[in-house]
Design a protein around this ligand. Structure first.
Ligand SMILES: *Cc1c(COP(=O)(O)O)cnc(C)c1O
Length: 399
């Protein structure tokens, strides 16, 4: 057997994240019977035989380098635009400005379609393709729709997007350019979700909304693998994550467990920090109140569209990861985000999405309150590029 032939997905089944109920992964599934996210499980013992630290040196520089712990079984079904394996930048100038010696920025803004949504959608579209789906749909007010449209185009699949009328122009334009059918909805994202769902039923489309199908989290978990690989198989002290639906934080937390089972790391974990916008903070509210599940947030408002998620189906998974890791959850406001966008750009040459800016604003608050110490190794997740947000950032930056 050739060396390459041994490198294969070791996916075994799906497991309900709340009840542990098991399901087969060989047909398209969305939520579990308890209406909670399914998570993909792998034979990590088998995976560890080929997915070794040493084996990674010669692998492709995108997120599919972790093929054994990815859900696609036939490599011919992988729909890739080169997503992932993004730089983990040492932020020397910004660090010095804050008095920190070990500040790092994972720059997801360089992904295809300008955000880390590319990871989730590359995984979800690939798996949907493998399972014979040809028509995809999604309600989205932002970057997810653009990413779905791009990967659907690359796969030769149909894409249907349902967006509130006030969705950012950049996101509307990219969907149209990628050949998706754009439906502008006179209402909120929840209305868009309802209509997308009804049409999916009517026309036989597969809905790839976040955590409502099992595989976007598998794409986003690769951020966790990369951070650890790029740190020479060490875990950082703190990871600060701008949270909307929470797929990324859930994915990174899952990746850390998998890596322990692969023998890459021990039981040490970074403190996971969940940042939300003051104007839309359902998870922070639930965390502060000691709750396990979050109440929907009324009248959500923030310029960071990726964090404008009033109700997250994976709420309990985010809150658990924060608590179990000894991390915390906090809010920052839009003005603070904009200041941080400017600071990250000025000090580091990274022009972050407001969501990425939020991680820096959160870090400043955590330094002030003593919850993060200056010499700790801290990773900020810049989840996207500011170039998608010029319509809101221009006025905010005085132009
Ligand atoms: C979607 C999005 C987020 C939130 O991601 P989740 O994993 O859903 O919490 C953060 N930043 C940007 C730029 C996004 O597009």
């Amino acid at each position: 057997m050739s060396k390459n032939a041994e490198i294969r997905s070791q996916i075994t089944h799906l497991e309900c994240s709340l009840t542990g109920e098991i399901a087969n992964h060989d047909h398209p599934l969305r939520l579990s019977p308890s209406e909670k996210p399914f998570l993909a499980r792998y034979d990590l013992e088998k995976a560890s035989q080929t997915l070794t630290k040493k084996s990674l040196a010669g692998r492709e520089s995108n997120m599919w380098r972790y093929r054994e712990v990815m859900p696609v079984q036939d490599p011919a079904n992988i729909v890739t635009l080169g997503e992932g394996f993004t730089p983990l930048r040492r932020a020397e100038h910004l660090g010095k400005h804050l008095g920190m010696s070990n500040l790092l920025i994972k720059d997801e803004g360089v992904n295809p379609t300008g955000s880390f949504k590319a990871r989730g959608l590359s995984a979800a579209v690939s798996k949907a393709f493998e399972l014979g789906q040809t028509k995809l749909t999604m309600p989205s007010a932002g970057n997810a729709a653009g990413a779905m449209s791009a990967y659907a185009a690359a796969a030769g699949m149909e894409a249907h997007v349902y967006m509130p009328q006030d969705a950012p122009m950049a996101n509307q334009i990219e969907c149209v350019a990628y050949g998706a059918k754009l439906n502008l909805i006179d209402g909120f994202i929840t209305d868009a979700g309802r209509i997308s769902g009804e049409d999916a039923e009517k026309y036989g489309r597969f809905d790839v909304s976040t955590l409502k199908e099992p595989y976007r989290a598998e794409g986003k978990k690769t951020m966790g693998y990369e951070i650890v690989e790029q740190l020479g198989f060490e875990v950082p002290d703190v990871v600060i994550y701008p949270t909307g639906g929470g797929t990324g934080i859930v994915g990174i937390w899952k990746a850390l467990d998998e890596m322990e089972n692969l023998g890459w790391i021990g039981s040490e974990r970074p403190r996971m920090v969940c940042v939300q916008a003051e104007g839309c903070a359902p998870l922070v509210t639930a965390y502060d109140n000691g709750e396990e599940f979050a109440e929907p947030f009324e009248n959500p408002a923030t310029l960071a569209a990726g964090m404008r998620v009033p109700a997250a189906i994976g709420d309990f998974l985010v809150i658990r990861a924060v608590r179990e890791s000894g991390g915390t959850a906090l809010t920052v406001n839009d003005d603070q985000m904009v200041d941080s966008v400017r600071d990250m750009a000025t000090f580091e040459g990274i022009f972050p999405a407001p969501e990425g800016g939020a991680t820096l604003s959160a870090l400043q608050k955590l330094l002030e309150s003593g919850k993060v110490i200056k010499d700790e190794r801290v990773v900020l997740l810049n989840t996207g590029s500011a170039l998608k947000y010029l319509d809101v950032l221009g006025p905010a930056l005085g132009l």
